[in-house]
Design a protein around this ligand. Structure first.
Ligand code: PLP
Length: 381
């Protein structure tokens, strides 16, 4: 089992904490599982979730395509063996110079949501395929995007016509239901909106984005439940045949493959009467746990080694001098009463949006170090 392999590595190598240990073979297996479930959907791994080269190489070998957000992510994918035709530049916020670099590197697929970006694309990536990202109504995800990306479908229709007039290949529609989306029916609104657009202009391609949830403390639906709901919506809204389908999973591919080992720096009480202890870890908001902002992602914390059976309530905080570097104060957590500085905790399912969000050296604390196990390239038992 993969968690055993990670624990075995930690036991043997005892690397300095905090660190993320990733089992790349698990990423490959997750890719295979999603590919089988989402038959005939091209999967574009969202590199931002974890840009570790070993992950990208394993996914290249597994046949994945890639959703990239910047010239640096393009360079990374190409250096790891991806073909430029397998990349989609999914970030709608890009400078003209970024578009030019992407085009020079051979990228021909772009997502946009604004007329100015479309004009930049026509100028710096002539003839490329472009998909318009639409805003979707629907249930909020755990880490929603708000209205930052996408435009209303009425504007999207106008922009697709404009794309064709500018000599671009107006390929279709893209949307994203928000990351860690726990309601599989959330895709329905985007698919319905895309079908309405398709009644007016040709929509050859439909990009269903990322958003598949995974189980942290809160239970997430199984991948098959997402597939059933999404294919059900597609059949309902596109009864005469669906467009070419794309998905951009990030979290669902890498989160379950990683574990962060952290050390308790200090356990403190704030008064003689309050039984809640503050537990300060050597990992926090700025060196890997950015997704604890607003306590959005509640990771499972597991003490390592022998501890007392009794537990008590805790507030969990990071190691920096920043007042916002508190991980959980509203979300109830309990940890062993025997916990002391020097003890270790494991943070489970931490392979996504951790190392990639880690700051360079806030408070002189280095970014989260990653150790990769396996290659994901061949079955090694
Ligand atoms: C354009 C785009 N695609 C895909 C993803 C990946 O989403 P997730 O990790 O929820 O699968 C993101 C995440 O921010 C994104 O911005």
């Amino acid at each position: 089992m993969s968690a055993d392999r990670i624990l075995d590595f930690l036991e043997r190598a005892d690397p300095p904490t905090p660190c993320l240990v990733l089992d790349v073979d698990v990423v490959r297996d997750r890719y295979r599982e999603l590919s089988a479930l989402f038959d005939k959907v091209s999967l574009y791994y969202a590199v931002k979730a974890n840009p570790e080269p070993a992950v990208v190489r394993a996914l290249v070998a597994a046949g994945s395509r890639f959703d990239v957000a910047s010239p640096a992510e393009i360079e990374l994918c190409l250096a790891c063996g991806a073909r430029p035709e397998s990349l989609s530049y999914g970030n709608t916020i890009k400078k003209p110079a970024d578009i030019a670099v992407a085009y020079a590197a051979g990228v021909r697929d772009f997502v946009f949501d604004a007329e100015e970006d479309l004009e930049n694309l026509a100028r710096h990536a002539p003839g490329s395929s472009v998909s318009v990202r639409i805003l979707v109504d629907g249930p909020d995800s755990v880490t929603p995007f708000g209205r930052k990306f996408g435009c209303e479908p009425e504007l999207a229709l106008i922009l697709l016509k404009r794309a064709a007039a500018l000599g671009l290949d107006a390929a279709g529609v893209a949307f994203h239901v928000g990351s860690q989306q726990l309601d599989p029916r959330a895709w329905d609104a985007g698919i319905a909106a895309a079908a309405k657009i398709a009644a007016e202009v040709p929509v050859r391609r439909l990009n269903l984005g990322g958003g598949l949830g995974i189980t942290y403390r809160e239970h997430a639906p199984a991948p098959a439940d997402y597939a059933d709901a999404i294919f059900g919506s597609l059949r309902r809204h596109f009864p005469d045949g669906v467009p070419e389908l794309l998905m951009e999973p990030g979290r669902a591919l890498v989160a379950p493959a990683g574990l962060i080992r952290t050390e308790v720096v200090l356990v403190a009480r704030k008064s003689t009467v309050d039984e809640t202890r503050w537990v300060y870890l050597d990992v926090g908001r700025y060196n890997g746990l950015a997704e604890t902002e607003n306590e959005a992602i509640a990771y499972r914390l597991v003490p390592v080694g022998e501890q007392s059976a009794g537990t008590g309530p805790v507030i969990v905080a990071g190691p920096t001098c920043d007042g916002d570097d508190v991980l959980y104060q509203r979300t109830p957590y309990r940890l062993p009463l025997s916990l002391r500085g020097g003890d270790r905790l494991d943070i489970l399912d931490a392979g996504a949006y951790t190392a990639s969000y880690s700051s360079v050296a806030f408070n002189g604390i280095p970014p989260l170090r990653t150790y990769c196990l396996g290659t994901g390239v061949e079955d090694d038992g």
